[in-house]
Design a protein. Structure first.
Length: 183
């Protein structure tokens, strides 16, 4: 009930309520933006822009999802828009060129026990953008393929294919190579 009250006050342009909502979510949204944008200043800028957009579009928030989930989607979209603007364009695959793999969907992302979380993060950062964004949205942010398709403006088939290929590439990167060195 408290959250609904603050949001209603924010809709009335109550600056104190907006500051309270901002303070509640700014750190979490910064972490989300930082996953996409390596520069801290860029991440801060994106979070600020996301809050500005959220406050200006608050009348569109229908409470079908939590406010945090709604805001997170805005942050993710703003992060991707920022990357596009910096000429790090997302490479779109043409559906005609995609091969649908008939392997069962597995939730096993098995890697060697010696692999650390830092190793995984480094490997994800080395993935080509078209795989990196899908892997991050799926594994880290927890979006499903329909949501990823909407965010990245690709088809669900492309999302599934890019995730599968990204997973394969990620496992290759995490495999010990040449005399025990990775990457």
């Amino acid at each position: 009930m408290f959250q609904v009250n603050i949001i209603e006050q924010c809709k009335q342009n109550n600056r104190k309520a907006q500051l309270q909502l901002y303070n509640q979510y700014c750190n979490g949204m910064y972490i989300v933006a930082k996953r996409f944008l390596k520069d801290a200043n860029d991440a801060e800028d994106v979070v600020q822009e996301a809050f500005i957009k959220a406050f200006s579009k608050l009348d569109q928030y229908k409470a079908e999802v939590t406010f945090g989930a709604w805001l997170k989607r805005i942050v993710v979209n703003k992060s991707i828009d920022f990357l596009k603007a910096k000429k790090q364009e997302l490479v779109e695959l043409n559906d005609v060129h995609l091969k649908v793999v008939d392997t069962p969907i597995d939730n096993k992302w098995l890697v060697d026990d010696a692999i650390t979380l830092n190793d995984v993060k480094l490997a994800i950062n080395k993935l080509p953008d078209k795989y990196q964004y899908v892997v991050m949205l799926y594994l880290i942010e927890g979006y499903d393929h329909q949501e990823i398709a909407d965010i990245l403006n690709i088809s669900e088939v492309a999302s599934r294919t890019q995730l599968s290929r990204g997973k394969t590439k990620l496992q290759e990167l995490l495999t010990l190579k040449n005399h025990g060195t990775r990457y």
